[in-house]
Design a protein around this ligand. Structure first.
Ligand code: SF4
Ligand code: SF4
Length: 311
């Protein structure tokens, strides 16, 4: 039997060689306090139309229901901070996480490689990977694995690396060496994200009301965009990075070196007119492998028309 310290070091080493910026390990346990926080958020209706957030509460609270006899939750951060952001010179803005290929696929592939490598060491384990696609409270696990704290903007923030990360997890019945949970909160007196949010969506500490959040309104939202938001959107047509852009901890962000996350040159060269004339065929070519497909063509078109109508 390989000692757990050795296995834990092996996992972290393999994660680094696959390009993960950080990896931490937490003991699997029930997330009662985090579930109370989630339930309070749901009760206020802050999930807007994301009804799926109300489902699978049991699974979210208890990793053992996802992997039998779960002992460890291994959490990974994958950097998506781009070397060049769309800025005020861009006619419309897309959240930087969606510039390149869909992160679900890119990270899923890496987790699968890691699972194979781990099974070469310990063939009998049960293990499952999660990339923002199953009922896992990923930020809660990331803090437990010592990777950061949940900021006032509700993002996971790392003291070393800022907040431009995708979070993913492996849950396994393997016992490992555990990292110390992140105890502190290093937001201090700062309120930059709250002050900068153009729609007032950050309603209390660590609480974002999706009904007002541009990220929700431009991606998950299936309805028309309310006139109350006219003039408050800046130029965002898919997601919003404002509460990350203003966060002082992001001065520690450094550009990713994941080729799959590079935007196609044609995306960065789009003129205002190109966006406004975008048709379904062009949309399919431009966003063939992109997470932007999540907004569907009609949704993206609605977002563009909402802003172009504001001119
Ligand atoms: S993503 Fe944009 S709209 Fe949503 S909370 Fe952050 S700043 Fe506000
Ligand atoms: S902008 Fe300030 S308050 Fe908001 S998450 Fe960053 S450090 Fe915390």
């Amino acid at each position: 039997m390989i000692p757990k310290e050795q296995l834990s070091a092996f996992i972290k080493q393999e994660a680094a060689s696959l390009g993960f910026a950080a990896c931490g390990i937490a003991p699997s346990e029930k997330l009662d306090v985090d579930m109370q926080r989630l339930n309070a958020w749901l009760k206020k209706g802050f999930h807007a139309g994301m009804d799926y957030m109300q489902k699978h509460a049991e699974l979210r609270a208890n990793p053992e229901l996802l992997v039998e006899n779960a002992k460890s939750v291994i959490v990974f951060l994958y950097n998506y901070y781009p070397s060049k952001m769309m800025d005020e010179n861009s006619p419309y803005l897309i959240s930087s996480y969606a510039y390149g290929q869909d992160y679900h696929e890119v990270i899923r592939e890496k987790l699968n490689i890691l699972i194979l490598k781990l099974k070469e060491q310990v063939p009998e384990i049960s293990i499952r990977g999660f990339v923002d696609s199953a009922p896992v409270l990923e930020r809660a696990w990331a803090t437990r694995a010592g990777l950061g704290w949940i900021g006032k903007n509700s993002m996971l923030i790392s003291r070393r690396n800022g907040s431009y990360f995708f979070i993913s997890e492996l849950i396994t019945d393997l016992e490992l060496e555990y990292d110390r949970p992140m105890g502190g909160n290093y937001c201090g007196d700062c309120s930059r994200c709250i002050d900068a949010c153009p729609t007032g969506a950050i309603t209390a500490l660590k609480t974002v009301d999706a009904n007002k959040c541009i990220s929700y309104l431009t991606i998950e939202n299936k309805e028309e965009i309310s006139e109350t938001f006219r003039g408050k959107y800046d130029q965002w047509i898919f997601g919003c990075d404002i509460c990350q852009q203003v966060c002082p901890w992001n001065k520690y962000s450094s550009p990713h070196n994941e080729p799959a996350f590079e935007p196609p040159p044609s995306l960065m060269e789009m003129e205002k007119e190109d966006w406004e004339k975008l048709d379904n065929d062009q949309y399919k070519i431009l966003f063939k492998k992109s997470a932007i497909k999540r907004a569907k063509f009609a949704g993206l078109k609605r977002n563009i028309e909402f802003l172009s109508g504001a001119d």
